[in-house]
Write a protein that binds this ligand. Sequence first.
Ligand SMILES: NC(=O)c1ccc[n+]([C@@H]2O[C@H](COP(=O)([O-])OP(=O)(O)OC[C@H]3O[C@@H](n4cnc5c(N)ncnc54)[C@H](O)[C@@H]3O)[C@@H](O)[C@H]2O)c1
Ligand SMILES: [Fe+2]
Length: 360
Amino acid sequence: MEDFSCKTRIVSGPGAVAALGNLKARRLFLVTDPYFMKNGMAQKVAALTKAPEIAYFDQVRPDPTVELAAEGTALLKDFGPDLVVALGGGSAMDCGKAMAYFAKGSYTLAAIPTTSGSGSEVTDFTILTHDKVKRPLVDSRLRPDIAILDSDFLMELPKNLIAETGFDAITHAVEAYTAKDAGVFSDLYAREAFSSLYAALPASYAGHKDVRLKVHVASTMAGLAFTQAGLGLCHAMAHSLGGMFHVPHGKLNAILLPAVIGSNAGAAGKKYAELARAAGMGGSADTIAVRNLRNSLVRLRRELNLPETLVQAGVDPRQVWRSAGDIVKAVLKDPCSAGNPMMVEDFVIRRILEEVTGRV
Ligand SMILES: NC(=O)c1ccc[n+]([C@@H]2O[C@H](COP(=O)([O-])OP(=O)(O)OC[C@H]3O[C@@H](n4cnc5c(N)ncnc54)[C@H](O)[C@@H]3O)[C@@H](O)[C@H]2O)c1
Ligand SMILES: [Fe+2]
């Protein structure tokens, strides 16, 4: 049985943020990170709501912690908003979603992504870090009411963020397409997201601003796919390694995805091959198409100047091997492992770690 829902209203296009003005908000609580407070963007967004009372929570840091979300939840509860806006990348949106969820009030939750990657604006997920482990919380009440996809926020996006967040989105599409709970509707979004991202990311990275909206919309489609279908081993490992070594999430996915595809190829070869063909990578036999998919992603990773190993991302390999037991434990516990097309076992995780760690 497939049970697909797309409850989030999606408003997209240049200038789409003006839609906030129609929500008739009286008390706005805006969650963001210091970057958008300093450059005045948070204040501009708040003004568009025309809310007479406004409170800001601008303390979000990359990979927000449970403690930070708890601090914000208390402030949000005290303020009693009728509109909560989460403005920023996956970290700000996740933090805002978690705060709105834990405060249990009755308000509209609007998410405005400023990176094209996490898909958090339409997902039931929020990822908070606790005790150096990134823990996904999954609940349909976390899904925002409105997602505003406004390409104007992306015009100054630094190159490294285009690459990292773009690879995160591409990983969402690949993992959702091959996840255990994938169905016809999630497949539709995942396939379209994958083809669009694969085609447009290099141009966006090279500085072509006209493709930014295409990448942004594709990233949201990948979010719609994975919130329904689930993810897989690549994300389970990225969560565990990200909590421990603080390497950006998209970089970890770039390091891990080709190795995970190689490992899953026996169980998910047919679906990987379909994705490769949909994106024009060719391969009439499934095995060739899977090889094309893997090689194309390695080439894309290089084109986007993303690291190929943990060592290249600045991780000390001795620390990886010292923490291998904890990494394996966290991966096995991560809910994304359950979505992987092949059963995730201790030796599989260690073999992938072996492949991606690299040497000094
Ligand atoms: N909830 C979900 O469904 C989901 C899915 C995937 C990832 N995530 C989480 O999202 C987080 C990663 O999010 P992210 O990759 O979007 O990065 P991020 O939100 O951590 O932001 C990274 C940096 O980019 C800056 N930034 C954001 N937008 C910018 C812009 N337009 N211009 C200039 N700088 C900008 C931020 O200020 C920050 O310093 C991770 O914690 C990951 O676990 C959540
Ligand atoms: Fe992700």
